[in-house]
Ligand binder design. Structure first.
Ligand SMILES: [Fe+2]
Ligand SMILES: [Fe+2]
Length: 192
């Protein structure tokens, strides 16, 4: 497959072939929404960026430990026909592989991964999901270590820095990106 032939529908099919967990599929959708939002704003190849985001944790269900994820997923993506550029971006989201995040796509994926998960967690404990969620309350929750303890705070902060964005602005963007798919993410919506 060449870059131009990659599309999000195909990536969704690959993801759902290897991932049955609803939570993992929702995580993929949340990160996709955020990365897609940035692609659109930056005038990048949105379909390619979305496909990459959808696939970043595609192997997590079969490789839930860092001695395998995501590196052991890479040969499967290669077999499925995905181009090196996508596979390299997927690999670069993993801190333990210490790969350079030297493209806008790599920086964006890294910056959206943990934060989308965290915003999702914030929304799950609010009566209207993320409909009225503000950066200020996300920042407050980031400072409570017991809340969504699995989210690496340092990666959230570093992600925004690498994007050269103010943290509040990045949080606002990710919330805005996720709002249209709140229902799919299992979040309550203002209307419901
Ligand atoms: Fe991951
Ligand atoms: Fe992830």
């Amino acid at each position: 497959m060449r870059r131009m032939e990659v599309n999000r529908q195909q990536a969704w099919e690959t993801l759902t072939k290897y991932t049955q967990s609803e939570a993992l599929r929702r995580h993929a959708l949340a990160v996709e929404a955020a990365v897609g939002w940035y692609a659109q704003r930056l005038g990048e190849d949105e379909d390619f960026w979305r496909a990459t985001a959808l696939l970043h944790d595609f192997d997590y269900e079969m490789h839930p430990t860092l001695d395998k994820h995501p590196q052991d997923g890479a040969p499967i993506l290669r077999e499925e026909g995905y181009p090196d550029e996508l596979i390299e971006a997927v690999l670069s989201h993993a801190e333990h592989l210490a790969m350079p995040r030297d493209t806008p796509l790599k920086k964006t994926l890294f910056a959206c991964d943990e934060l989308a998960g965290f915003v999702h967690a914030c929304g799950l404990v609010r009566p209207d999901g993320i409909a009225t969620l503000e950066p200020k309350s996300v920042r407050k929750k980031l400072k409570q270590p017991s809340f969504a303890a699995g989210v690496h705070r340092d990666e959230v902060y570093r992600g925004a820095e690498e994007l050269e964005l103010d943290l509040d602005e990045h949080i606002r963007n990710v919330i805005e990106a996720m709002r249209p798919i709140a229902g799919q993410l299992g979040l309550k919506t203002a209307a419901a």
